[in-house]
Design a binder for this molecule. Structure first.
Ligand SMILES: [Zn+2]
Length: 402
């Protein structure tokens, strides 16, 4: 295991006399040539995958008794098993190796701090809030030959991939963001953003969005009905959630190649023995349940390869073929949620290369999944009693998106 270190810096040094070229910072701060600075060595990075707090600290060069003390002092306020990969940490020590502080960002609201109290005899640990402020922002962008994917277009609009993913998820019943975006499509999204130390940090919720795709205008507004959960609704107050997702492949900005040379473009199979839609996709790309349901089977045979078969309400069943593997927990009888990862793209069985064959039956008869999905009724409408409040919020958001 290696620790992913993003940066390492000695915040000050007294190894050379102040005033020499080697330590201009110290010289300008004091203007004297004798200094007794505390030497702090700081390492910052993110938690590597598949590690423990103990293993990570040892990897950073902390001797095992101190590792144990850090963990024991942290335990009352933070369960070390909750350490998550990719979360930032920082470790400050004196050049002699004594701990000055260990900090670990638990989530975007709080961090763990472990430090020695006066004299250094004992360690103290606390979970502290991360100071941040909330603001509302609007981002607008367009799909262009230079930025053919939502991911690229969002980046060009100055925002991060997470916002593209959030947007794609909201409209996942309407648009296959891996394949259906076109040049000149435009989007506008209104969202919450947290600021930390004056800089944009994580995103809050998406308040509303508009996508002009292939000549149609799609809008979604976040609204929380009285006593209910927040959801997204179109202008008429109908849920934008659909019974079936538009695509059985997760929106993956990293693997989308865009409209111009689209590797994931679906191809409809019409041969009787092989009816369904093929999606060219990289091996390992996540395959998701198109609708909530129950696993009928997760099997292997020489024709279909690894295949998941799901049963849904209203007499539908969906099939996902040629998988390289199944996701954990996907076995006969298991319940799956819409959008849950059930397996990974592969080329098992009769397949010339990695792709997903996706099939759908209604009442035991194969149907065209894309046409069937589009013809399904829109989502449930808000109750009439909620409509006045919804319209008021909607109109504010429509103005914000302009
Ligand atoms: Zn096929």
């Amino acid at each position: 295991m290696t620790v992913a270190v993003l940066s390492t810096a000695c915040s000050s040094t007294a190894r050379t006399p102040a005033g020499t070229a080697e330590s201009p910072v110290a010289a300008s701060r004091t203007g004297r040539d004798i200094l007794l600075l505390s030497e702090t060595h700081r390492v910052t990075g993110v938690v590597p995958p598949n590690t423990t707090l103990s293993a990570m600290l040892r990897e950073l060069g902390i001797e095992s008794t101190l590792v144990e003390r850090i963990i024991n002092s942290a335990r009352p306020v933070f369960d070390p098993r909750r350490l998550r990969s990719d979360q930032p940490f920082s470790l400050a020590r004196t050049i002699a190796g004594a701990l000055e502080a260990f900090e670990y960002e638990i989530d975007n609201r709080s961090f763990l701090r472990v430090w020695p109290d006066a004299g250094g005899a004992t360690l103290r640990a606390e979970v502290l809030p991360i100071p941040r402020t909330l603001e509302y922002a609007v981002a607008k962008g367009a799909i262009t030959p230079e930025n053919p994917s939502l991911f690229g277009a969002m980046g060009a609009a100055g925002e991060r991939p997470e916002l593209a993913v959030a947007m794609a998820e909201i409209l996942s019943g309407e648009v296959d963001f891996n394949t259906e975006l076109q040049a000149d499509d435009t989007f506008s999204v209104s969202f919450e953003r947290f600021r930390r130390e004056g800089r944009p940090d994580s995103y809050g919720v998406v308040a509303s969005l508009e996508l002009r795709n292939d000549g149609r205008v799609l809008r979604a507004f976040r609204f929380t009905p009285a006593g209910g959960k927040p959801g997204y609704y179109d202008e008429q107050g109908r849920s934008v959630r659909r019974f079936f997702l538009r695509s059985p492949l997760k929106f993956e900005p990293r693997i989308t190649s865009g409209f111009s040379r689209n590797r994931m473009h679906p191809v409809l199979h019409t041969a009787r023995a092989h009816r369904g839609v093929d999606y060219g996709a990289p091996a390992g790309a996540p395959v998701i349940a198109a609708a909530a349901g129950t696993v009928v089977s997760a099997t292997f045979d020489n024709t279909n390869g690894r295949m998941v078969r799901l049963r849904h309400a209203s007499g539908y069943e969906s099939y996902y073929l040629h998988l390289s593997g199944f996701a954990g927990g996907v076995s006969a009888g298991a319940r799956v949620e819409q959008g849950q990862t059930i397996g990974f793209v592969g080329s098992t069985g009769l397949a010339t290369g990695p792709h997903l064959h996706y099939g759908l039956t209604r009442g035991g008869v194969f149907v065209n999944p894309l046409r069937e999905q589009r013809n399904m009724a829109p989502g449930d409408p808000l109750p009439e009693a909620e409509m006045a409040a919804f319209r008021e919020q909607r109109d504010k958001e429509v103005a914000a998106l302009r």
